[in-house]
Design a protein around this ligand. Structure first.
Ligand code: LLP
Length: 439
């Protein structure tokens, strides 16, 4: 497979070019893979959408909050979904125009809302109280009506996928306005009819682990609600549907499944009218655009045995794979073994615990994993970690944020790295730990 070949080349080049000389672990992003994912997403929607339909694919910044990544995706025609003032700052630093930014924070302050409206950023309100806050801000907007498109997030309460904590459309989820609670639908329709500036509906049914039919069910609910509001209004009051993200990623192999084409096909089957051009569309994919294109690469420092188990002590652990360490059954990661030169290791598989560097017993990437026997100086790679892994660094033990390098390989196989994020320095660690307060 192309992606696996590019990864192997990048590992070898990372060693040859000395990326691991100053740090015991680095993170790699395959820019060709990221571009291919963005192109696949765009093509999948182009294939099912009536010509001329406005479609904005807003990358969910939380999956990889790195300015060069946002810039790369913007260059592929994508916008950006942000869920905090910090993410908004990153999107702006990446030069993404306000008209291509969507703000979804669940607990927006009045200041955050005011700034978004002043900039012309799309705002998706989470609840009735936020809509009331917006009433006041819209009324007070200098120079007349606000430029920002405003929507409201709906929880279709369609149920959970395989990972509860990532299922955002359960009956009791904290996000959006719960649609199936008694009286809720009527109140929401009224809230929309009362506000001429409220022109969008938003739903994000959940992340990893949600089956396509459940995602499609949520979108069907969203579309039906828009039709109901528009029928009551007597015109196209709701003109845009934001259907969120959530396409799951296959962590078991290099295969990229399910695909965006399968996702678009499932939606088209469940809600054919979604694509007929009567609504503009917004998507908010995160994980599926990035996960397969990121690799953590770390040295094995020591190997030993304890109680009959083999243990490899590596530099990749809880700081870059928090979820795997705390919930290994929900988030198993593949581990690939390379020798000190970055050549894939061969040899009979041997059961080994692969441990991280942090000072707690649970800092394990895998237990009894069958791998060619690891030795000090070897490397382990964690593929599929481009979203919500090393980009969601966990600062326990003051382990520094590792560097992130985007890479490209030319036709001759020469790999070039570009620094996307430098490693956190000791001075930064000390300053962030209050060390520069001088008292
Ligand atoms: N839009 C909204 C409003 C979201 O809340 C999310 C993810 C997305 C879009 C992007 O979903 P994706 O396409 O990436 O599945 N911390 C978790 C991930 C939580 C994702 C939450 N929201 C993790 O570590 O995997």
């Amino acid at each position: 497979q192309d992606a696996a070949r590019r990864r192997d080349r990048a590992v070898r080049a990372a060693v040859a070019q000395g990326l691991l000389d100053s740090e015991p672990l680095v993170c790699l992003l395959d820019t060709a893979g990221i571009r291919a994912s963005a192109a696949a997403l765009t093509a999948a929607f182009d294939a099912v959408t009536a010509p001329g339909t406005p479609v904005l694919h807003a990358f969910a910044a939380k999956a990889a909050p790195l300015v060069p990544v946002l810039r790369l995706l913007a260059g592929c025609g994508l916008g950006c979904e942000v869920a905090s003032p910090g993410e908004l700052a990153l999107a702006r630093a990446a030069g993404i125009p306000a008209a291509r930014i969507v703000l979804d924070s669940p607990a927006k302050t009045a200041g955050e809302l005011r700034e978004a409206l002043a900039l012309g950023i799309t705002v998706n309100a989470d609840n009735h109280q936020e809509l009331e806050r917006l009433d006041a801000l819209v009324a007070a907007a200098p120079g007349g009506p606000v430029r920002s498109p405003v929507g409201v997030r709906v929880n279709p309460q369609t149920g959970a996928g395989s990972i509860d904590a990532l299922s955002t459309a359960t009956a009791t989820a904290k996000f959006g306005i719960a649609l199936r609670d008694p009286g809720a639908r009527e109140r929401l329709v009224r809230a929309c009819l009362d506000r001429p500036w409220l022109t969008r509906l938003h739903a994000h049914s959940g992340s990893q682990g949600l089956p396509l039919p459940l995602i499609a069910e949520g979108v069907r609910e969203l579309h039906a609600l828009a039709e109901e509001i528009n029928a009551a209004a007597g015109h196209r009051r709701i003109d845009t549907l934001d259907i969120g993200g959530g396409l799951p990623v296959n962590f078991a192999s290099d295969e990229h499944t399910p695909t965006y084409a399968e996702y678009a096909g499932a939606l088209r089957e469940a809600v054919p009218a979604l694509f007929d051009g009567s609504y503009g569309l917004v998507t908010e994919f995160g994980r599926s655009l990035l996960a397969k294109h990121g690799t953590v690469l770390a040295r094995v420092e020591y190997t030993k045995t304890a109680g009959g188990r083999r243990i490899a002590l590596t530099h990749a652990g809880v700081q870059v794979a928090t979820r795997t360490v705390y919930a290994p059954a929900a988030w198993p990661l593949r581990i690939l073994a390379y020798d000190a030169k970055g050549t894939p290791k061969t040899g009979p598989p041997v059961a080994q615990d692969v441990a991280g560097p942090a000072c707690f017993a649970g800092d394990l990437l895998a237990t009894a994993r069958e791998l060619p026997e690891l030795a000090p100086g070897d490397l382990v790679a964690l593929p599929d970690t481009g979203a919500y892994f090393f980009t969601a660094h966990y600062g326990y033990n003051s382990l520094p944020r590792p560097s992130v390098h985007g890479f490209t390989a030319d036709a001759a196989g020469t790999v070039r790295f570009a620094l996307a994020r430098p490693a956190q320095t000791e001075a930064e660690l000390v300053a962030e730990a209050g060390g520069d307060r001088g008292d």
